[in-house]
Design a protein around this ligand. Structure first.
Ligand SMILES: CC(C)(COP(=O)(O)OP(=O)(O)OC[C@H]1O[C@@H](n2cnc3c(N)ncnc32)[C@H](O)[C@@H]1OP(=O)(O)O)[C@@H](O)C(=O)NCCC(=O)NCCS
Length: 183
């Protein structure tokens, strides 16, 4: 069953019994987030991400951490998961991305982070969130469908999925600029 607790930071005991801390990204986390992506495998598989070349990866990460609202999953002080919502363009629906380090996949962490991000997206006032994913990435698709993403557009090697945000009655008057992302 999907956990509906979005308060952060929070502890999450994964399917292997490890205590994972999920919390918002802070600027000081950059080196350890970069460390996760430096050893991340496979690189470049999902729309070229995370970039294979070191300098491109560093540039991409600078841009993502600047324009995305990010949350991290940490195990024993090391970053093992990163999820982000692109809030850089105020009038556009945000893109979602998520990467879980090898060795920590299939333990429920991606689902837990995506569920938190889904609920968080509800506070932004945006009507939908979208992402692209390879059709062959059935594990990612399973996770996205579990948190209510659905396919849109043409059937191809690369697919788009979107999540329609259900507005809560109390949020009907909320705009993105007045939204609070600090949970
Ligand atoms: C995709 C990803 C984010 C998912 O996160 P995760 O922590 O591994 O996922 P979870 O453990 O929460 O859930 C995986 C689900 O997929 C299922 N699954 C595992 N392998 C599968 C497969 N080959 N096909 C379909 N479902 C699969 C699991 O059984 C589980 O479902 P369940 O909870 O109903 O049993 C993570 O694996 C990852 O980062 N992969 C590499 C990068 C990537 O693909 N990012 C997404 C880019 S769009």
């Amino acid at each position: 069953m999907i956990d509906t607790d979005t308060s952060l930071p929070r502890d999450y005991i994964d399917k292997k019994g490890r205590k994972i801390i999920i919390r918002p990204y802070e600027e000081k986390d950059f080196p350890r987030l970069k460390e996760m992506y430096d050893v991340f495998e496979p690189k470049g598989l999902e729309a070229g991400l995370p970039p294979i070349e070191n300098h491109v990866r560093k540039q991409w990460l600078h841009s993502v951490t600047k324009s995305f609202y990010s949350i991290l999953a940490l195990y024993r002080g090391k970053v093992i998961g990163h999820a982000g919502l692109d809030l850089s363009a105020p009038n556009q629906c945000p893109e979602y991305l998520i990467f879980i380090k090898q060795g920590y996949r299939d333990a429920g962490i991606g689902t837990a982070m995506s569920e938190i991000m889904r609920q968080l997206a509800e506070t932004t006032g945006c009507p939908k969130v979208w992402l692209t994913v390879r059709s062959a990435n059935t594990r990612a698709i399973r996770v996205f469908e579990k948190v209510s993403f659905r396919f849109r557009g043409v059937i191809d090697i690369q697919r788009e999925m979107e999540l329609i945000i259900k507005k809560k009655p109390s949020q009907n008057k909320k705009t993105r600029s007045s939204s609070k992302l600090t949970l």
